[in-house]
Structure formats: C-alpha cells, structure tokens
Design a protein around this ligand. Sequence first.
Ligand SMILES: Cc1ncc(COP(=O)(O)OP(=O)(O)O)c(N)n1
Ligand SMILES: Cc1ncsc1CCOP(=O)(O)O
Ligand SMILES: [Mg+2]
Length: 548
Amino acid sequence: MASVPRLPAAHAPPRTSIPAALPFLCPSSSPRVAPPPATGPRRLVAVAAARAMPWPHVLTVAGSDSGAGAGIQADIKACAALGVYCSSVVTAVTAQNTVGVQGVHAVPEEFVGEQLRSVLSDMSVDVVKTGMLPSAGVVKVLCDSLRKFPVKALVVDPVMVSTSGDTLSGPSTLATYRDELFSMADIVTPNVKEASKLLGDVSLHTISDMRNAAESIYKLGPKHVLVKGGDMPDSPDAIDVFFDGKEFIELHGLRIRTHNTHGTGCTLASCIAAELAKGAKMLQAVQVAKKFVESALYHSKDLVIGNGPQGPFDHLFNLKSPLYKMGSRQKFNPDDLFLYAVTDSGMNKKWGRSIKDAVRAAIEGGATIVQLREKDSETREFLEAAKACVEICKSSGVPLLINDRIDIALACNADGVHVGQSDMPAWEVRELLGPGKIIGVSCKTVAQAEQAWKDGADYIGCGGVFPTTTKANNPTLGFDGLRTVCSASKLPVVAIGGINAGNADSVMELGLPNLKGVAVVSALFDRECVMTETRNLRSILMNACARS
Ligand SMILES: Cc1ncc(COP(=O)(O)OP(=O)(O)O)c(N)n1
Ligand SMILES: Cc1ncsc1CCOP(=O)(O)O
Ligand SMILES: [Mg+2]
C-alpha cells in the first residue's frame, strides 16, 4: 500500500484532482443532515442514529415578526442557513412590516414557561439565543428554566428598540436583564443604542466609547460582550468591539449600502448561537456570524419587499447563488495556499507554451491555487486566457486568482485577486468583488499585515524570502522578516520570492505560525516541464511538513 505522509493539520494541503490528494482531509463544517422521521421499531433505530449523529440545536426565545425579516423568523432562517436545527419559544407576537411595528401582543409569562419546558425537557438543546423578552416576568421565567435545564451556551441579544425605533421592552425588563440574565450569558450583543440604554443612556460616539461600554457591560456578568457599531454615524466600515474580559478586538466589516437591513441584529446573534452549537470558540463564532450577515446583505442589496424604509434580506441567498448550484467552493480554505503557482507571461512565451497549458500542467503537478500574473499581456488576450483558465481550475477544484487586474477578475468570474501595496487597496477590491471572493495582499511589514486584515483580505503573501530576479527591486526579507510578519499576522500567510526545490523545505520547516505554504514563479514556469517541477516541489513540501 502506498504510504502517505501524515501532515500536521496546519500544513495539510487541500484535496485536488491529482492522485496524491489526501483522503483524510475533510471539510470541517459540512452541515449535518437530520434523520428521517420514524415510528415504532424504526423510531428506536432513528433515536440510536441521532445519538451517533446529533444535530446541533439552537432554541430561540424571541418575538414573532409578521414581516418575517427579524425575530423568530430571522432566527430560524439564519440557523437553517448554517445547518443548525432551530426550535422556537414565542414571547410576543408583533404586527410589523417594512414601515415599523404596528402592534405587540405579549404571550402570557406562564405560557412562555410552558413552551420552554416542552422544548428544553425533551429536545437536547445546545444553545439558547434570546431576542425580544417583553417583560421582567418573562426574563425571570427564562432564567428559572435555564437553571432547571442547563444548556451549553446562552447568547443574549438585548432587543429593546426595533430598527424602526419602536420600543420592544421597558425599563423594568432592563433591570432584570442586568440583575439576572447577564450573569448567565456567554455573550451579550447590544448595538450602540442598546449598550447606551443598558448603561443608563450614556452617549456612545467613538470606538473608545464602545470599548468602555463593552467593559462596563462585561462587569454585569456575561463572559463576552460584542458592541455592534453598525449604527455608528460617520464610520466608513461596520466596526464591532469584542471584549472577553482581557482583550478588546475591533472587528471590521464591509458597510453594505442597502435599505434591506431589518433583522441584522437577530441574525447575527442567531449565527453566533448556531456556530457555538456546532462547537466553535466564541471569537470564531462571532467572525463567522459577521461574515454571514455581510454576505447576506450583499446578496440582498437590491431586493425590494414592502414600501417602508427598511426591508428584509435573504438568509438563504446561498440557495440561489449560481456558484452554489454548480457546487463551487463557498469559502476560502487557507490550506489552499500550500503550493501556490504564480504564472509569468514572459517565461511561458520563452518556453513556447500558452497560459492555459501552463496552468493545466501546474494543476496536474499538484498546485493547490493558481494566480495569473501576466504583466505584459494585452487586455483582450489576457481576458480570453483567464476565461479558459477559470474553466480548467473550476473543473479541478483549484481556486484561480488574478494578479493586479480587478477588471479581468470580474469579467472572467475568477475566484479572487492578489494585490500589492501599490495596487488598488484591498478594501476597495472587496467593495468591487463582494464578500465571496478571495483577496490576497502582499505585505512586508506587521503594519501592512494588520491593515490587510482590517481591509477584509483573506490571506497575505510575504516576501521576497530569498533574492529573486522575477520581480525587480524587491527587497529580500529573509527568514527573520518572514517570521516577524507571520507571528503578527491575523491572516494566513504564503511565503514568496526565490523559493525553489532546493530551499522550499527550509521555509516550511521554520514551522511559523500562520504560514500555510509557498508561492512560486520561476521554479515552476521558467522550466521545461511545469508538471514535473510542480509535482517535485509538492512532494518536497509534503515531506517537509511530515518532518516538522
Ligand atoms: C502570493 C503573492 N504574493 C505576493 C505577490 C506580489 O504582489 P505585488 O506586490 O503586487 O507585486 P506583483 O506581483 O504585482 O508584481 C504576488 N503576486 N503573489
Ligand atoms: C511576485 C513576487 N513578489 C514578491 S517576490 C515575487 C517574485 C517571485 O518569483 P520567484 O518565485 O520566481 O522568485
Ligand atoms: Mg501587484
């Protein structure tokens, strides 16, 4: 039997179509599927199967929104989109639409208690998420139920005022939140208006105010606080402040220009709950949730439902995406950076091969991601080649990125772009490409790496690690420079510059944090046989990872 080197997870290359693909690498978060309903003996089998394959379960305790953009309806859609079961305890029925809230009918406290008992006593709830809790009595009933039926995590979205400005819970409820519920919560997710109300109407205008608010709310008992800055005026992007009692982390997101934002708060909290139910750590859950909301808003920005100022958005946008239907990749996988083949038009011409043939050969040799770096191709010629390469890469499941040229990337529907410090800033690229595309940024310093992260990049390219003649006037960073950037980076890193079969192992064996692979131009393309060189380099990298 052929022996496959066991790679540390951090260095594991992704699946490719070549035979050397590693069968033990599976996507980590594929949604689980519910067993079919059954009765009698079949029901016993189904129960046993359910034990073997539990379905992550969020219970939302919230109000119904007749317009279905927010509340219980948003929570169920958000959990469903993330592959998580969502049960629901209705605390109030609201009559609302895109104009505002026309009426609220609270469910009697005892009946909220009865619903909680029904679900929590039977249905293996992992995480409880709260939305509209219309009275202090309902908050108390919930706290009692959670003491009786503990769950793995509690996410509290302190819904007090609807996005249309209507009040959804009064001052006595606020006091009960602070006195009873917060100390049981794993995270509380107020927006700035809610944070201000919770803290006695303090004014919050700056990021520093948001940090202070997060710290003050943390002191009320929850394990984490996320103060959402989406409503902050004058901010070019949507900055949220996350606090875990020790560190403040600013989470930057794209501000999508759309009126369809009704239900973003409910959705974000439900996504956090769903990710926690799947086993994510808190910060990771918050990041996935933010990305989900951003993507949903982006895909819904032009939808029109209703005549009011704030429309709903589409939680199930993925079902409509042509990429989803074609089974293409949804998310960037940092392991794809393992062996990054970067083309060069001059080199391909020199060896008498087309870009297409070069890309095909690199993929056959085991390249895990490809970048078209065509510095002197005419636009028309480049676009035609890029379209052909998109097809080749798509059929092999290898992402294709375009160097520098956002226009070409858009026109050929590439998987993303790579830009440097003198190219278009990554945040502008993100605005143009949207959240689903991969963006790489060249970074030589810690400050550049930090900026790339804030700008919404997916990875950074760091180099030249060794001297290179492929890129003129490119300073050599050496191992020390690479180490400094990798250690500080919040994004995965690919090393570039002068890397070849003779030194690639020394780069991977550094075992640097975040370093996922090497990007190579001349050692693959300034050679007679691209496929052989790629295959050789891949095997060198795999052996190096198996050793370190
Ligand atoms: C993976 C990767 N890393 C770095 C670069 C360099 O990009 P840039 O600094 O924009 O220089 P050019 O490639 O445009 O000359 C890269 N292309 N790929
Ligand atoms: C594009 C680029 N960016 C930093 S070094 C470099 C050139 C890498 O080419 P080679 O792999 O031939 O050294
Ligand atoms: Mg560039």
